[in-house]
Write a protein that binds this ligand. Sequence first.
Ligand SMILES: Cc1cc2nc3c(=O)[nH]c(=O)nc-3n(C[C@H](O)[C@H](O)[C@H](O)COP(=O)(O)OP(=O)(O)OC[C@H]3O[C@@H](n4cnc5c(N)ncnc54)[C@H](O)[C@@H]3O)c2cc1C
Length: 413
Amino acid sequence: MIKKDVIIVGGGAAGFFAAINIAEQNPHLKVAILERGSEGLQKVKVSGGGRCNVTHAEFIPQELIKNYPRGENELLGPFHQFMTGDTMEWFEKRGVELKIEEDGRMFPVSNSSQTIIDCFLSEAVKHHVEVLYNQSVTAISSQSSHTELVEVQSKGFVISTKDHAYSCQKLIIATGSNPKIWNLLENLGHTISQPVPSLFTFDVKDERIKDIPGVVALHVEVKVLGTNLWSEGPLLVTHVGFSAPAILKLSAFGAVELAKRNYKFQIEINFIRQTFEDCLDVLKTLKHDLAKKSVFKSTQFDLPKRLWQKLVLASNMNPETRWADLNKNQLENLAAQLTKAVFNVDGKNTFKEEFVTAGGVDLKEINFKTFESKLHKNLYFAGEVINVDAITGGFNFQNAWTGAYIVAKSISE
Ligand SMILES: Cc1cc2nc3c(=O)[nH]c(=O)nc-3n(C[C@H](O)[C@H](O)[C@H](O)COP(=O)(O)OP(=O)(O)OC[C@H]3O[C@@H](n4cnc5c(N)ncnc54)[C@H](O)[C@@H]3O)c2cc1C
């Protein structure tokens, strides 16, 4: 039996951040990471298209939490303890300069996720964190003397991998979205919210977006019909449907609802963020002002030309139709295409830059002052293993840094 004071299962973002902070804040503790892979931090490596979107330039906790479809209420307190500004300071103190991009996303100035990995690896060495690779954890048992079903007096944990058994007083689970570990946690009495994908794009086959991939409408509103799901932001036409923030936000906030519908539903897009009636008034004025011009060729509402042309053709017109010739029906059709165009979604696709899993350890079973289990004393969680996830933009890593920091503070004290 190999004895440690603190064992962290999972050498990813949250695992390394927790380990380094514990070892730095309390050098007397023997801290080890058990990582199943032959290398750790693999998601950090591919994150943000290889640049690692470390966090987001949102410095107000009440605003930051709005980016978490799951975890919004629970993270408010933790963000008051360790915020995005603290993340910046943490990295900058250790020689990693960060920059803020126009949309608020923050990256290392080097534009390389390797900078973050190098920082973690050298900090781990500096603070004597032992990182044990090829150690896939297969069993966890709590050496607790059960009093009642919950709230137990801990005598520590025994953790098994294929080749070794480890014991520790404090155990941190930082295994991301790993079903095997969720099963082990269920055996320890924890409830796991059903994992479903989050952050995906929508598959749509429709004449109105055929052959125009790459077209972006800068600010649209999208509703999922038959639900309360709604979002706004840029919309990108892809080879297979729609992507960009307006869609990704819906996929995150609707992760559970859309999974129930097996990713088959209808969306309504308002391409110009005006009401049908206001749009119709504008079109009537244009009918008068541009009378002799072709509707097809006179793009309006700052829409991309190719999208405008597709919507005009979908409104029962041909490329020669002039504004003056538009009848009431055609005007109404065009206003409807611009303000309430319905598309059938028939499946989902991976968003390559970032994808996460919704689901994980039930939030009611975690004390968010310390990220300790409410069922097992001295058992802690950090990162994506818990039922917290965010939209794209650096928020998922911020959850990992905040949880890991708070666990570290609680343990090292
Ligand atoms: C392609 C991609 C790009 C992304 N880009 C961004 C981004 O730019 N910004 C952002 O905020 N978020 C991004 N994310 C999300 C972000 O990567 C995760 O939210 C984050 O990595 C979660 O950290 P974690 O430490 O909880 O889990 P992980 O980083 O997944 O780490 C878990 C670790 O545990 C190990 N492990 C699992 N099971 C066991 C076991 N049984 N025994 C031992 N070890 C085990 C794994 O091997 C892994 O190393 C991206 C995700 C993907 C997939």
